[in-house]
Design a protein around this ligand. Structure first.
Ligand SMILES: [Zn+2]
Length: 80
């Protein structure tokens, strides 16, 4: 049986970021999987339950690469 020791490091690639809901303006927290970028998905607001379109790209100009690529988060209303 193979044991993939790399799986134990996956948690470290998840970082919590705060975004402003484009509907109600409340600050909510989302988890970013840095091992799966860029990413685009819809997440329901934790406050008003509206669907938020979340686009996460990688800032290739980031000079501080000590923690890997810097994620750039863009949020939109789903119906725009
Ligand atoms: Zn909201």
């Amino acid at each position: 049986m193979d044991v993939d020791l790399n799986t134990q490091s996956l948690d470290a690639l998840l970082t919590e970021q705060s975004i402003d809901c484009p509907y109600c303006g409340e600050v909510i927290s989302i988890l970013i999987d840095h091992d799966n970028l860029p990413a685009s998905y819809i997440e329901d607001c934790q406050v008003c339950c509206q669907p938020i379109q979340i686009n996460i790209s990688i800032d290739s100009d980031a000079s501080d690469a000590s923690e890997g690529a810097i994620a750039v988060i863009d949020v939109h209303r789903d119906n725009e």
